[in-house]
Design a protein around this ligand. Structure first.
Ligand SMILES: Cc1cc2nc3c(=O)[nH]c(=O)nc-3n(C[C@H](O)[C@H](O)[C@H](O)COP(=O)(O)OP(=O)(O)OC[C@H]3O[C@@H](n4cnc5c(N)ncnc54)[C@H](O)[C@@H]3O)c2cc1C
Length: 466
């Protein structure tokens, strides 16, 4: 990552290095624009690493009749399964049905048919399974009251990695991107914007100018715009979601599954990366909460464990099976018709509170390319520039160094290369986002890895220098 050369002026400055900011950066880089991305923490260290890691249409949104969103997301799922096949794959999901389930089998048959239809039958075809077929597919599943299961497919993606790949690809095409650079002050001058930036690696302040400032700060939108004194009416309905990673041998699962919970929600259970991901919760939080450091509570972790034990009573899952946990905040945009986060549409919205200042919020991870495209198309139209819709379908010319950590041998040389080229500030940045390991236990030789990481030196880490 080009960390040294912050220029005095850029045509476009994108604020926020999650999936949406990275998507905008790439679209502008593909259009050969002069563009800079600034991220306050590490790239993808917020919502975009806290997702359920699914490229999906969202079967749940069918309940809200949000067919257009499901159609669009299924199309994007297919596209990114192809463009990022090094970090994404299609998985089978079992959805067991019990006598008292919210979605009975006949309802599931209609829903899954609609889901396949909205994918224009490009999804692998769904199936409705008998009780015995369900038990064969999911060893250890509770038998009592089971009536059968639905079986359908959705995509799984390494959520942080795609952000990195979009950013590295953009840099290769001439863009700039800086992690640990926070926008702290924004002033509208006659011809452009003045941006004060603090570099959290060194503590130094920088002042640059930009013609256009584009905010892609997800759930932080209201907090950031209010702090920067941009004229703004709050739009975010913040909703927290937590996940746990449990040990791979906690359950004998080969495929993913969906649990219908007693409180009428759904929880995904997805084996991947040497562990099993379980989530999510859904809790409304206050607009002024410190979302940047959000963590799962004990009761959220217990809620996920209890739901697993409902479906797998013999497995007796407990805290000792949990190897890591994480939380994030959904960047939902308030709607006039709904105050419930599950019913709030996942569509995105674009705002222009000041001349040449744009804000994009809402949406889903899966639809980030459409979000970036809608924003760039609008800006280009306002500026009288030509926008080429096909460019964002381009393949990567560059990706990050490690795509699947469990398929390679980690060496000291490789870690040194990552430190040199991918700008991690500390061991967490290296482990979590460059190697995609939420815990060393997710790597085949955990002890060896921990030893190698302890030997790494992060020259820019202020905490290391003290
Ligand atoms: C629990 C959960 C599960 C989800 N599961 C899925 C899923 O499976 N599939 C799916 O499609 N979607 C899913 N989503 C939705 C998806 O994760 C989000 O829509 C998406 O990640 C939002 O990306 P973003 O770039 O808008 O926000 P973020 O990733 O939060 O990026 C915004 C960035 O702005 C930075 N920032 C803030 N202030 C400043 C500043 N002053 N200067 C510089 N940078 C700043 C922040 O540090 C942050 O990194 C899920 C969301 C949650 C919470």
């Amino acid at each position: 990552v080009d960390q040294k050369t912050l220029k005095n002026h850029y045509k476009f400055v994108v604020i926020g290095g999650g999936i949406v900011g990275a998507g905008i950066l790439r679209d502008l880089a593909l259009h050969k624009q002069d563009v800079l991305l600034l991220e306050k923490g590490d790239f993808s260290s917020q919502t975009s690493q806290g997702s359920s890691k699914m490229l999906h249409g969202g079967i749940r949104y069918l309940e809200n009749f949000d067919f257009a969103l499901v159609f669009e997301a299924l199309r994007e799922k297919k596209l990114w399964l192809k463009l990022s096949s090094h970090i994404a794959w299609e998985d089978r999901f079992y959805l067991p049905v019990y006598k008292n389930s919210k979605w009975p089998l006949f309802f599931l048959r209609i829903g899954l048919f609609l889901y396949d239809l909205l994918s224009l039958f490009k999804n692998p075809p769904f199936k409705i399974l008998s009780k015995n077929e369900a038990l064969k597919g999911i060893p250890g599943l509770k038998e009592d009251g089971l009536t059968g299961a639905g079986l359908y497919s959705d995509g799984i993606i390494d959520d942080s990695k795609l952000v990195f790949d979009l950013i590295f690809d953009s840099i290769e095409r001439g863009a700039s991107a800086f992690n640990y650079h926070e926008l702290t002050k924004l002033t509208k001058l006659a011809e452009h914007y003045e941006l004060k930036i603090v570099d959290h690696r060194t503590g130094k302040n920088h002042t640059i100018t930009g013609d256009y400032v584009l905010f892609a700060v997800g759930p932080f939108t209201d907090q950031v715009l209010n702090k920067l004194q941009v004229p703004w009416q709050n739009i975010i309905l913040p909703s927290k979601g937590s996940h746990i990673w449990i040990k791979q041998d906690s359950l004998k699962l080969k495929d993913a599954m969906v649990l219908q919970t007693k409180d009428n929600r759904i929880i995904f259970v997805i084996p991947q990366r040497g562990a099993i991901l379980v989530g999510t919760t859904e809790i409304a939080i206050s607009a002024d909460e410190d979302m940047f450091n959000i963590k799962p509570t004990k009761s959220e972790i217990q809620y996920l464990i209890d739901n697993l034990n409902d479906y797998f009573p013999k497995a007796q899952i407990n805290l000792s099976h949990v190897i890591a946990s994480f939380a994030a905040v959904r960047p939902l945009v308030k709607s006039s018709t709904s105050t419930s986060s599950s019913k709030t549409s996942r569509r995105h919205k674009i705002y222009k509170p000041l001349e040449n200042l744009y804000v994009i919020a809402g949406g889903k991870y899966t639809t980030f390319r459409v979000m970036a495209q809608d924003l760039c198309q609008k800006i280009f139209k306002d500026a009288g520039l030509h926008y080429n819709k096909k460019l964002s379908l381009s393949s990567f010319v560059k990706t990050s160094l490690v795509s699947d950590v469990n398929k390679i041998q980690i060496t000291k040389n490789l870690l040194d290369d990552i430190i040199k080229n991918e700008a991690p500030l500390n061991a967490e940045d290296l482990l979590l986002r460059r190697l995609s390991l939420y815990s060393p236990q997710m790597y085949s030789s955990a002890d060896e890895l921990e030893k190698l990481i302890n030997e790494c030196s992060f020259t820019n880490d202020k905490t290391n220098q003290q």
